[in-house]
Design a binder for this molecule. Sequence first.
Ligand code: PHE
Length: 333
Amino acid sequence: ILDEIKASLRDMQQNEALQELKVKYLGKKGEITQMMKQMGSLSPEERPAFGQKINALRKKAEEAIEEKRLEISEKQKNARLAAEKIDVTLPGRKNRIGGLHPLTKVYWEIRSIFVHMGFTVVEGPEIELDKFNFEMLNIPKDHPARDAQDTFYVTDDIVLRTHTSPVQARTMLETEPPIRMICPGRVYRQDDVDATHSPVFNQVEGLVIDKGVTFADLKGTINTFLRRFYGEQTKTKFRPGFFPFTEPSAEVDATCSICGGKGCPACKGAGMIEVLGCGMVNPRVLINCGLDPEVYSGFAFGLGLDRLTNIKYGITDIRLLYENDVRFIEQFK
Ligand code: PHE
């Protein structure tokens, strides 16, 4: 019987099979138990020897089964440990963290500089009345500037704003000076898409209105801004310009931040690059917006956020800012 048990145990892998075997030999109706019961039919002389043999057999069988049980549980434990094994030398899995769009980063930087100079931030509608986008800003219906700005008309008197200047007109109408504000936002012009044109782009314009504001204040504010934005070594140049809503007007060049003024393809070798337009608010605009030009004066400026962003990062194609290719966006974390 013991040999039989050992033979069955040899290839056994499962606890359940082991239990069955235990019942088969050692259970209440098991073979060994049955044999012990047979003792009664033996003569008293035969009993002790038989009893000893049976007990020895029983003990050996129990030991063999117990040994197997330990072996199986050991094997199971090892298998479980192998399955749960962690290779602590594997490199960790990185979380992919989102980044800010380059336009957002540059806008936040510009906003921060102006907010530190005491400007507030005002937003306005992108679908705008002709009245605010043009009329109040001294651009009447037949004015060539309307063609120059290639307007998207929604109806005869509603347009997609071509600049953020209408927000300035709205602010002058609603707010008692002193006014110091910037108005950021999307603007629209009917341009075909190419490396430097997009029918939608972003501006940050600014307006200051108070008693006794002069061109010196305009220059000081713009120079301070450009030096904080591009670095203290930045030189600026104010060239005469024209805008219907400012008089006099200027276009401002700043040291090219890509080549540091030495001349490169971005500035066409000039070392300077045009960065914004500005001027003293035209008295007519003040009157249109309910302000007395004898009492108040002010200046306005407007910059192209896309242009400044491209110059800042050396991006040569405006389309990259709008296609949202992750491989491009990812570089600005
Ligand atoms: N509104 C002008 C434009 O879009 C920019 C500008 C604003 C110029 C304020 C001067 C003063 O071209």
